[in-house]
Design a protein around this ligand. Structure first.
Ligand SMILES: C[S@@+](CC[C@H](N)C(=O)[O-])C[C@H]1O[C@@H](n2cnc3c(N)ncnc32)[C@H](O)[C@@H]1O
Length: 218
């Protein structure tokens, strides 16, 4: 599999993968189906990030999670596995086609009962949620121009100590390329600026994978 991180070449990527929990048959099936989508397959989180999401959600005792951008279901499966049977994950996506693959994988993994998948623009789903601060963990990995809006809906709903993890926030390094003024790049710059300066949270931009901006509610 080609590197999911611009920080890794093929050799280092192979090393990272060979020192990470091997994927189980359901993850392997999800990856194989995702590869059949061609270039789109690059949107899937890599095995190291998938393992990290499971370890993190288990470690933090997450039971109430939200994901914006589900695609073929790998990150959602990782979060669901980390939470265990009592955990609940709300997934937001706009694609019936890609999430149909996710649903099959989740059923095979026995986690379907933990996941509530809503097919609608993420902002619509999030803004309709109750405003109580009860979310333990949120993973943002959808359309980049939407990130700021997802963040503003999620922060008030996070419990104190809860996390928002936003993916791809280094955007292959393009966030520091002044010649790149594309909508996605500008949106990710604005997201990182907002998260870093927002007094309601403490933020660390981690240079792993394609960049993870992690914000914890104070
Ligand atoms: C990078 S992929 C997500 C990858 C996924 N987290 C994984 O583990 O493989 C981005 C997803 O965001 C979804 N998306 C795009 N625009 C959206 C929107 N406005 N609301 C919700 N989801 C959206 C796409 O359909 C796509 O499935």
């Amino acid at each position: 599999m080609s590197p999911r991180s611009f920080l890794l070449d093929d050799r280092l990527n192979a090393y990272v993968t060979s020192h990470t929990e091997p994927v189980d048959p359901v993850m392997a099936w999800l990856t194989a189906r995702t590869q059949e989508l061609g270039d789109r397959a690059g949107m899937q989180v890599g095995p190291d990030q998938a393992a990290f999401l499971t370890m993190l959600t288990r470690f933090a005792g997450v039971t109430n999670a939200v994901e914006v951008g589900t695609f073929t279901g790998t990150s959602a499966l990782s979060i669901a596995r980390g939470m265990g049977p009592s955990g609940r994950l709300l997934c937001c996506d706009v694609s019936e086609e890609w999430t149909a693959i996710a649903r099959r994988g989740w059923a095979d993994a026995g986690v379907s009962g933990q996941i509530d998948l809503r097919i609608a623009p993420g902002l619509e789903t999030l803004s309709a949620l109750p405003t109580d601060p009860v979310i333990d963990f949120a993973f943002i990995d959808a359309d980049k121009p939407g990130y700021a809006g997802y963040y503003e809906e999620l922060v008030p709903r996070l419990r104190p100590g809860g996390w928002i993890v936003a993916d791809n926030t280094l955007w292959s390094g393009n966030v520091v390329n002044p010649d790149d003024t594309s909508e996605a790049t500008e949106a990710l710059r604005a997201y990182n600026d907002r998260a870093a300066s927002d007094e309601r949270v403490m933020t660390a931009l981690m240079a792993v994978a394609d960049g993870l901006t992690i914000s914890q509610k104070r």
